[in-house]
Design a protein around this ligand. Structure first.
Ligand code: GLN
Length: 276
């Protein structure tokens, strides 16, 4: 099939209409991946024909998207904090909502050589973004899933942030340092019964990265409880959570002895992370 750039975009967008709520953006992202050019190329050369192999690859990608696969899995990449992260089905796909956690961490009054721990790092998005902004911070990142640790190491290498220590640990089990100035985490926090788990991209992400018992609070509470033993005096705990979990999490943090407990909203004005 002879397809031009604009023809391919129009065709794919119309197929995706009703299946994806970002149909034309999805088409663009897939086509750019296939032709390996900057976005401006799509508008500068709309009438250029695609090579037969490019048409073939584009059709395969489109078929995956039509089956519901997340665009990040199809192209193998997702941008977070303006950095490119490799992604695969072994971890959560980094969300823009989580950028508020990175921004909050960067605004804390921490020393130049602060020690920072990211629990359940997945792709490494939080830890590597922090290390990218603060070269002197000593950042550690753990995940209990071996494949996630491997993926975070790939991202660490791609982003040339070899100073970040990435290793396998079930929350704090293999952590041997006890004086972190900041512990951050975006743990699984969705209620196992939540109906949004059967819709959209989450269907293709690991349950272990999304859901937790106790209406989603089990890991948040476990981390909050254990973190007290791993924080330096005056250290901070910063947790991402669901938009309806802020009040209960704040109460828990206060009960556990955290001070100056406060919730930060994301760019969509939802309660998104809580600091203590
Ligand atoms: N915020 C994500 C969602 O609702 C979930 C992230 C997480 O479980 N840590 O899809």
């Amino acid at each position: 099939m002879q397809l031009t750039i604009s023809g391919a975009l129009k065709w794919a967008s119309s197929q995706l209409e009703g299946i994806s709520d970002s149909a034309s953006l999805d088409a663009e992202v897939m086509l750019l991946h296939v032709i390996n050019k900057p976005r401006s190329y799509l508008y500068t050369w709309p009438d250029r024909s695609l090579e037969p192999e490019q048409v073939f690859e584009f059709k395969q990608m489109l078929a995956k998207r039509l089956r519901g696969n997340p665009i990040a899995h199809i192209v193998g990449e997702r941008e977070f904090w303006s950095l490119p992260f490799r992604v695969n089905p072994t971890t959560l796909i980094p969300r823009p909502d989580t950028e508020i956690l990175v921004e909050t961490a960067l605004n804390l009054p921490l020393a130049e050589n602060a020690k920072v721990l990211d629990l359940g790092t997945g792709t490494g998005a939080i830890a590597l973004s922090l290390a990218h902004e603060r070269n002197e911070w000593q950042v550690c990142a753990i995940d209990k899933v071996e494949d996630a640790v491997a993926l975070a190491k790939v991202n660490r290498a791609n982003l040339k942030l070899e100073q970040v220590d990435v290793f396998q640990s079930d929350w704090f089990d293999a952590v041997e340092c006890y004086d972190f100035n900041l512990i951050v985490s975006n743990p699984p926090y969705i209620d196992e019964e939540d109906e949004h788990l059967s819709q959209g991209d989450v269907r293709f992400e690991p349950q272990s990265a999304l859901t937790a018992p106790l209406k989603g609070f089990a890991d948040l509470f476990h981390i909050a409880e254990s973190a007290r033993d791993y924080l330096a005096p005056g250290g901070y705990l910063l947790l991402e959570h669901g938009y309806q979990q802020a009040i209960e999490l704040r109460e828990k943090l206060i009960e556990l002895g955290y001070e100056n407990v406060a919730t930060v909203r994301d760019f969509g004005s939802n309660d998104r992370c809580t600091l203590g």
